[in-house]
Design a protein around this ligand. Structure first.
Ligand code: 5GP
Length: 185
């Protein structure tokens, strides 16, 4: 639907579905359905994680609640600086709750590292991270991530929530962009 803007499909819709089910099974095992901390609290990072968050919540088959945060990282669009500003904070107190941060992609890991530090000061009972995608640079940062969907090459990807200039989020797969999209003519 975006003509020839997409250069290649990196991860198909079917592969994403299978991975979401696999991750859900691993995660559900860690959180008893009747935990004294209450329902597992999924914290989605807007906007990129929206599709992953909703698909994961449905696949989990344990009671979960959903909260969203929006953050913006200072720096260029391709290089995050690690200095993060909260655009939308959580609506609820997370003290004493089991919290799972749901991320779309970890690149440098700086945004996540900041987010984890920020949320841990709010005294959750537990704080873990699941990310659908991880790029090689992320391996150099010291953020513990409980579950990773796919390790991908160091390329800019779009689809399944991920955008380029707010476009392509609605693609059901993960793809790479044709250079003409971001090369000025
Ligand atoms: P980090 O702080 O890990 O370097 O940056 C993570 C954020 O950068 C992600 O949440 C996402 O918004 C953005 N990002 C990093 N790599 C990509 C990519 O390949 N495609 C898209 N659309 N966004 C990316």
């Amino acid at each position: 639907m975006y003509g020839d803007d997409i250069a290649s499909v990196l991860i198909t819709e079917e592969q994403i579905k299978a991975k979401v089910d696999e991750l859900a099974e691993l995660i559900a095992k860690r959180y008893p359905a009747d935990a004294p901390e209450g329902d597992l609290l999924l914290v989605g990072v807007l906007k990129g994680a929206i599709f992953f968050m909703t698909d994961l919540a449905q696949a989990l088959q344990i009671p979960t609640q959903m909260e969203f945060m929006a953050v913006s990282s200072y720096g260029s669009s391709t290089n995050s600086s690690g200095v993060v500003r909260i655009l939308k904070d959580l609506d609820k107190d997370i003290a004493g709750r089991n919290v799972l941060i749901v991320e779309d992609i970890i690149d440098s890991g700086l945004t996540l590292s900041w987010l984890k530090r920020n949320l841990s000061t709010r005294n959750p009972a537990s704080l873990e991270v699941v990310t659908l995608l991880r790029k090689p640079d992320a391996l150099r940062t010291h953020v513990e991530v409980a579950n990773v969907g796919f390790d991908i090459p160091n390329e800019f990807v779009v689809g399944y929530g991920l955008d380029y200039a707010e476009r392509y989020r609605d693609l059901p797969y993960i793809g790479t962009l044709a250079p003409k999209v971001y090369t000025p003519v």
